[in-house]
Design a protein around this ligand. Structure first.
Ligand code: F6R
Ligand code: ZN
Length: 191
């Protein structure tokens, strides 16, 4: 009956309740957190980050999921909550990554807060898009991506991406992003 791809598992349909006011996934079955100490090497001001780590190593962001098979044909989805704050004057951000399968894109829907999706290609082209509730950002295939919280409440977004995408953090750790976001005199500066 089906012209199935052999590597795609057949699973049962399911639904997940989202709280669109708080920007939460109710009863996620997987929660991944990254504390400040997981962000070493990513911020301009390494000493300021060490102070935050010494001060209790707070959760920087968390990812809520109901995982599905990481295979072609399936769609991964999650809610990420990136807390507000700065390291020195640089806005809190996610580590960022390329997808391991570089020809896979991703859709983000901002639910709460204010921020930026910073994107770059391997040859250094850089673009960013604004996050605010109700705004969707399309991350095309090949673009590395990182969320940045420029506001004073959690930045919450829902994302969907192909099951086979995978995450490549190593190349972003080596390359960094050409642009960063700072709060200076109450304004957001990208430079
Ligand atoms: C998945 C994706 C998001 C991020 C999440 C945390 O492909 O882009 O779900 O994984 O926002 O960011 P990272 O993975 O960079 O720590
Ligand atoms: Zn991604």
């Amino acid at each position: 009956m089906f012209d199935t791809l052999p590597e795609t598992s057949l699973i049962q349909p399911f639904g997940v309740q989202l709280d669109l006011v708080e920007g939460l996934m109710e009863n996620p079955t997987r929660r991944t957190e990254r504390r400040a100490s997981a962000m070493r090497g990513h911020y301009n001001d390494a000493a300021a980050l060490e102070k935050i780590i010494e001060g209790g190593d707070p959760v920087h962001y968390e990812v809520l999921e109901v995982p599905v098979p990481e295979e072609t044909g399936h769609l991964m989805f999650c809610i990420s909550r990136l807390f507000p704050g700065t390291v020195g004057d640089e806005c809190f951000m996610t580590k960022g990554h390329y997808h391991t399968r570089v020809n896979t894109g991703e859709i983000y829907l901002a639910l709460r807060g204010k921020g930026l999706m910073m994107m770059k290609t391997p040859d250094g082209e850089c673009r960013w898009e604004e996050f605010r509730p109700g705004r969707m950002v399309y991350v095309p295939p090949y673009w590395g991506h990182r969320s940045i919280n420029t506001g004073d409440e959690p930045l919450v977004s829902f994302c969907v991406y192909p099951g086979e995408a995978g995450h490549n953090y190593g190349d972003i750790e080596t390359e960094g992003f050409p642009k960063r976001a700072f709060i200076r005199d109450g304004s957001v500066i990208v430079e």
